[in-house]
Design a protein around this ligand. Sequence first.
Ligand SMILES: [Zn+2]
Length: 150
Amino acid sequence: MDDVAGCIACDLTSGRVELPGGLIHRTTHWRVEHCVGPLGVGTLIVKPARHVIHVADLTDSEADDLGPLLRRTSSIVTQLAPSSQVYVCLWSHGPAHIHFVVQPVSEELMSRVGAHGPALQSAMFDSEPGPDPVAVADFADAARDKFEHA
Ligand SMILES: [Zn+2]
């Protein structure tokens, strides 16, 4: 199964659900998009192009591409978003397929939310609004440019 309707990751890939900011980058096996959840402008998603629900189910080729792409995505987020750390994590649980979250976390964000680590993300889902679509589009443009030219 490469595309599963009702999986938000597949729905965004297929265009059944509009992707704010559009596709930022893709490799043979992976896609980079802006996060649609309330984790702040600059939080990117790295996800397989096909429907994969367990990291253990990645092919050798998909796994080989993953490390370099996570590093590159983290580097670009670091360049574009002020932060004291860039979280890279995977909490996905079905029905959505796996997607790594690459999130810039600044001192200001930790202070505003009053948490760090998983508690910061949980608090943001509880209290933060979704990211501003214009700011998301601007960040996606800047990230796309970095992927293309860096
Ligand atoms: Zn999927």
